[in-house]
Design a protein around this ligand. Sequence first.
Ligand code: GLU
Length: 297
Amino acid sequence: MSPTGRYAPSPTGDLHVGNLRTALLAWLFARSTGRAFRMRVEDLDRARSGSAERQLADLAAVGIDWDGDVVVQSTRNVLYAEALETLRERGLVYACFCTRREIAEAASAPHAAPGAYPGTCRNLDDAERAARRASGRPPALRLRSAVDSFTVHDVLAGEWTGLVDDLVLVRNDGTVAYNFAVVLDDGQMGIDQVVRGDDLLASSPRQAYLATVLGLQPPTYAHVPLVLGPTGARLAKRDGAVTLRELTEDGVAVADVVGMIADSLDLRGARTAAAMLERFDPAALPRHPWTFTPARQ
Ligand code: GLU
């Protein structure tokens, strides 16, 4: 498959300037390296009706184009079920009956790796498993991991090693877990370059490890700094006019929004995605977070 990048928004509301900046970066990284660029709607969880269409329209409005059909996760249950079955046949899946509270308690015990699932249900014997099942609580399904850490290559963070635990593949409400769907979709779509917000850097060792378990080559990553709002916290709706639609309603032109993002990437003067692409150099990418202060008209 030819080298390919992607953007994978969750359709939970309109994209704000920070989301658009990450999307533009994903597109710039892909297009500046001769890659194809794909779009994927991650609607397994908390999707809001009509949101995906609005997000895709906004991405197109800022000049992002993509190849092939938009991939929609909620239409791909057969792919996920088949992969789960393969892992199950290999003995790599187990049922986990733990509640959030049980996990938090066990994970706060001395010697537990912070943030790691402590493996409570990994070695239940048949009687114990039957007893937990009889309690009526449906289990989540977890991967039986063979490692507790994994190293990824990140264009910004370098060789980055992080925690891998027995991650959830299917949640106890039957929904395919984010980590599992992302890895399967990226693999099936031929994605070899993942550019996204750096809040997901800590998930990347789990995902890259899972890729190797599934016989897939992990992608190269670029986890880019999130955009901050005026309070110094991650930019969010409460910060005022932050989405493309809110900004344009306030009289800001789309080219001005693209221009602000270009300025924040030290591509001063560019006011279209195409103009940004002409000058984009991943090595010159500013590493510091950008603070966006919405200016009410
Ligand atoms: N859907 C995720 C989000 O919107 C991104 C997942 C990814 O890029 O791997 O935060």
